[in-house]
Design a protein around this ligand. Structure first.
Ligand code: PMP
Length: 448
């Protein structure tokens, strides 16, 4: 057996093997999954715009007008009028001086972190940040200090300890955390950044189109527009398309154009995707009630789940984690739900910490309240049938990744894509995920 076969077998044994499921048709509330009709409850098409007729039409028109591919990097021949138009609209919408498109959110984080931190600098990063931030930290070659999830006191302590010296300091956080649906304490983070002379990058991937006035995001909701140095947003989630953007002041954007390798060395996003995002943004501005519908739907699902005895908060956040714990058990719940016509993909390590595998439910504005109530009923029934006791987010089972010691000072290994190896000061045991199949987030960033 060669090492690839061994690794695949190991992943199967650990309940960590992945396979691609086939969805027929667009990311609507109902899809054909591997040929079977199901309710789609795990797509980030939060506002239902990916399959909106106006968005589709805009993308189709753009393909006819500008072609499909952008031909080259933004800096070579790739910046087209449609790119600039969306940048201007996004900057105005975000209340920002300037905006810069990237090929994807992953590239935006890699490019931006790498531009603002390098050898001799320090990045302070929330322990549950998305994998693209983790990888951005690793690629940057900066020292990475991981603070406790959403804990400004821990960030303060670590900035006091590691914030000295001549290097630049950067704090980076998701605003809405992708696997938990909670919101970062942005006001405190901005305050700490000011106190310690650090820059801030806030990734609004799951907040754009969802939180804040008119869906402008968590930064706007917190009244912090203009206070965060760099806001990263994606076009691939609520805006129903593909690609990403960074909003910042004109000087920082000019700096990124000159230094962000993920921008400089990657082909510009395709014109149809950009035109689709532009149409989605227009729809969001014209009819912000979609955002309200998403929130109402989120509350309806949460209440129905609570009525089934599930430990979920009565809130309006559209990402609802149902923490099962064991990897195999999470997969069994996912399969049992599919039998009942509901698709909610199980999320397992390294996307989440070991022992916290879960179904991550994602509500869409295009679901009906009835569909969501029925789904909650199906989830309750499936969990009872399997004898599963779901855990709340604060459950002790989530603890291993949150233990103290050795977490606070970690340097991602370079070269960039080598298997994980993390050094710590002071030395302490580190949990290292050896899988090269990193999911949305990975645990290499977070030592036990
Ligand atoms: N940041 C966060 C918080 C995300 O959840 C994701 C994608 N799941 C990304 C960035 C990457 O965005 P993209 O899919 O556009 O690469």
């Amino acid at each position: 057996m060669n090492e690839i076969e061994q690794r695949l077998e190991e992943l199967e044994r650990l309940g960590l093997h992945r396979r691609l499921r086939m969805v027929s048709g667009p990311q609507g509330p109902r899809v054909l999954l591997d040929g079977r009709p199901v309710l789609l409850l795990c797509s980030n098409n939060y506002l239902g715009l990916a399959d909106h007729p106006r968005v589709r039409e805009a993308a189709a028109d753009a393909a006819m007008r500008w072609g499909v591919g952008a031909g080259a990097s933004r800096l070579v021949s790739g910046t087209m009028t449609i790119h600039r138009r969306l940048e201007e609209r996004l900057a105005a919408w975000e209340g920002s001086e300037a905006c810069l498109l990237f090929g994807s959110g992953y590239l935006a984080n890699i490019g931006t972190i790498g531009a603002f931190a390098g050898t001799g600098d320090t990045v302070f990063s929330d322990e549950l940040n998305h994998a693209s931030i983790v990888d951005g930290c690793r690629c940057s070659r900066a020292r990475v200090v991981v603070y406790r999830h959403c804990d400004p006191d821990d960030l303060d302590r670590l900035m006091r300890r590691h914030g000295g010296g001549s290097g630049r300091r950067l704090i980076v956080t998701d605003s809405v955390f992708s696997m938990d649906g909670d919101v970062a304490p942005l006001a405190e983070i901005v305050e700490l950044a000011k106190a310690y002379g650090a820059r801030t990058i806030v990734d609004e991937a799951h907040a754009t189109g969802v939180l804040g006035p008119g869906g402008r995001g968590a930064v706007a909701q917190a009244g912090l527009q203009g206070e965060v140095d760099v806001v990263v947003g994606t076009l691939g989630k609520a805006l129903g398309s593909y690609g990403a953007y960074v909003c910042a002041d004109e000087e920082l954007v000019r700096y990124l154009v000159n230094t962000a390798r993920a921008l400089i060395f990657s082909t510009a996003p395709p014109p149809p995707a950009i035109a689709g995002a532009l149409a989605a943004l227009e729809l969001l501005q014209e009819r912000p009630h979609r955002v309200q519908r998403l929130r109402c739907n989120a509350r309806a699902l949460r209440r129905a789940l609570a009525a089934e005895g599930m430990p979920v908060e009565d809130a309006e956040m559209h990402i609802v984690p149902l923490i099962v714990g064991d990897e195999h058990a999470a997969m069994s719940l996912c399969e049992a739900l599919l039998q009942r016509g509901v698709f909610a993909q199980a999320i397992r390590p390294p996307t989440v910490a070991p022992g916290t595998s879960r179904l991550r439910l994602a509500v869409m504005a295009s679901h009906t309240a009835e569909e969501l109530r029925d789904a909650a009923g199906a989830i309750g029934e499936a969990a009872r049938e399997l004898g599963l006791d779901l855990m709340g987010r604060e459950s002790p089972a989530a603890e291993p990744q949150h233990l103290t010691g050795g977490r606070e000072d970690m340097r991602g290994q370079s070269p960039v894509f080598a298997p994980a190896a993390v050094t710590t000061v002071p030395s302490a045991p580190i949990r290292v995920a050896s899988t090269p199949f990193d999911g949305e987030r990975d645990v290499i960033h977070r030592a036990a």
